[in-house]
Design a protein around this ligand. Sequence first.
Ligand SMILES: NC(=O)C1=CN([C@@H]2O[C@H](COP(=O)(O)OP(=O)(O)OC[C@H]3O[C@@H](n4cnc5c(N)ncnc54)[C@H](OP(=O)(O)O)[C@@H]3O)[C@@H](O)[C@H]2O)C=CC1
Ligand SMILES: CC(C)(CO)C(=O)C(=O)O
Length: 305
Amino acid sequence: MHFHILGAGSLGLLWAGRLIQAGYPVSLIMRTHEAVEQWQAAGSMLTFEHQGTRQKYLMEATLGSHTEALDYLVVATKAHAVASALAPLVSRLRSDSAVIMLQNGLGSQQQARALCRSSRVLCASVTDGAWLREPGHVVWAGQGTTRIGDEAGGLCPPWLESLKQTTLDWVWEQDIGRVLWQKLAINCAINPFTALYDCLNGEIPARAGAELDALTHELQSLLQSQGYAEQAAELPDVISTVILKTAQNSSSMRQDVHAGRRTEIDYILGHACRAAEKARLEVPAMRHLHARLKTHLAMLGLPGD
Ligand SMILES: NC(=O)C1=CN([C@@H]2O[C@H](COP(=O)(O)OP(=O)(O)OC[C@H]3O[C@@H](n4cnc5c(N)ncnc54)[C@H](OP(=O)(O)O)[C@@H]3O)[C@@H](O)[C@H]2O)C=CC1
Ligand SMILES: CC(C)(CO)C(=O)C(=O)O
């Protein structure tokens, strides 16, 4: 099984390292010729750091314009880069190719399905934490679980069954939509406040107070409108637990803002607002937060989508 990883960022290199450790051939697909040249100039080596130990793995980096068929394509770009990164690769996919989406939020997975009509597109919800110490050097900071499923339904594919839990701590989800929507609701309740108030996850209840309660209530209605009544009922507890467990975390959105990078707001809060409109739900707290965050990002010179 040859895996191609699209996007040599934190999560892409984490998957690359874990798969190569398990003995699978892995190639990276990079965005620019310069990025490939830099990778090669640095010896084509991935540095994989975990609990203070560092290992090095040789790995080839290529451009999307290659013609080799893609059997297992792991899409590890940010949500907003998915469509443009994936489009040039569609002709390299076969009917038995698998595309595995790792993005937070919702919307990019559906874009991928629209693009890759002839291949199976699986979606993953990942709770591992990874960051880059420098290009090509990934730190696996938090061990988590990867819940994988197919929004179009169907059984777990045999190739995934054959992937040992020591390679990736994966679980097959018959209803991955439920998982992705619950994660979306959690990210809606946490990430925007951390970016707006420039605070750690644990500081949200004190900083956002009643705003958090109002938003949670609207997110419950939204989950209900999508058919996820159980997830709606447990949402307030789930949000409190995640805030508590990740109290010292700087959310991914806050990290993006600090690094001057485009955030995934449109695939988190933006998607939630659009889904609420489609379901004809009144969500004033959500809309107000979305508008405030967009203004805040604009003031920092960052896009609001
Ligand atoms: N990091 C983590 O711990 C976790 C991340 N996630 C999710 O995973 C996704 C990826 O996140 P993360 O790895 O942190 O993001 P990064 O920004 O670290 O990595 C994204 C990578 O994609 C590359 N890329 C962008 N466009 C293209 C393209 N057209 N062709 C090839 N490569 C491209 C970027 O390259 P360039 O820099 O050149 O633009 C970058 O190397 C996000 O949706 C995130 O929310 C989910 C759970 C945990
Ligand atoms: C769960 C949470 C909020 C942890 O920080 C996260 O997924 C993120 O930061 O994107």
